[in-house]
Design a protein around this ligand. Sequence first.
Ligand code: GDD
Ligand code: MN
Length: 376
Amino acid sequence: MRYNARGVGLAGSGEDPLVSVVIPTFNEAEVIEQTIAEVRAVLEREGIEYEILVVDDDSPDGTWRIVKEISERDSHVRLYRRIGARGLSTAILDGIKLARGKYVIVMDADLQHPPRYLPQLIGKALNEGYDVVVASRYARGGGVAGWSRLRLMISKGATLLAKLLVRGARKTSDPMSGFFLVRRDLVLSRVEELRPRGYKVLLEILARIEDARVGEVPYVFEPRRAGRSKLGFKVMLDYVIHVIELSQLAKFAIVGAGGTVVNLAVMYLLLYIAGLGKSVSSIAGIESGLLWNFVFNEMWTFEAGFRKGWLARLAAYHASSAGGFLATFLTMYILSTYMGVNPILGQFMGILVGFIVNYVASSRGVWRIGRERQSS
Ligand code: GDD
Ligand code: MN
């Protein structure tokens, strides 16, 4: 059977290919030729219409020169040499934009993602209608060859964090995979929503395209054949920031922590410096914290950017925070009046009591987490 972009057809008929294999490279001169050869062999054996698109960031070791030579004798191979750009995620997104296939498969150049799995990824999408198919190390039958226990633990911990904080990540056992297939038109139609950052393009796609149908194929991640990994400490730090960026709950908590500091600082100033009463100071502190939270949740957590209706959201935010407001004040008042607790400490404990109430109320009532996107 021969496949092309329209489903079934003859290989070599000049139509868009069924699959574009996008291979990002940076200093992979030692291995890129072999990788291209293996990908080509597997896809030709299966009669799948394909192109191979290498996106190289002007590698100092001349990876691009090798690919350029190959592309001159093999029309299945294309090179995009980016000059003055650097970064795995943007390279992959550029590759997806330039690709012509109905499906795009992203894979590493270093043969850690063995090409023999390509037919399974394509078959899964074609036969079962998935928009995204993840090659997963953590699905039954998958694995990693030659990793230390520490590296495995870090990887699993990072995966768990993603699943905890990012809803879309729960659709696959390996949201951190760098080896995956996507339907090109779906990604392109949502491309403005994607913020490429760091290494984790798949995670970004899973998070932003919430309605994607996601399947997976187990695979074994192999040791690098040549060259060395570009994944260092900065990449890990970037990852944590990325997950936070994708998680409304995490952002809400960070904003709330800032609001807590504002709340307590204002109360402290009014109570101890200005000499006002504890009730007035407490209420002014709570309101200051609320305004702080509103501004940052509007701008960052829920990315509403003071668009139309922000006054209504401000009012709704106050209404939905009324329970938390009252809880904070009463906790402070009772603890400080009847139990001899310092009023600032009482206020702090009150804030903790109010936090959960506030998140639930404002996520449902003010910003409608997740719902707008799903219905549009
Ligand atoms: N164009 C471009 N620009 N390519 C890059 C860049 C860059 O800045 N940085 C890395 N690459 C290419 C590498 O040449 C390689 O082909 C691929 O991206 C992955 O880089 P590695 O340095 O080999 O990453 P890794 O093996 O540590 O991590 C891989 O496996 C993980 C587990 O599946 C990546 O695929 C991760 O995304 C993945 O999570
Ligand atoms: Mn690698």
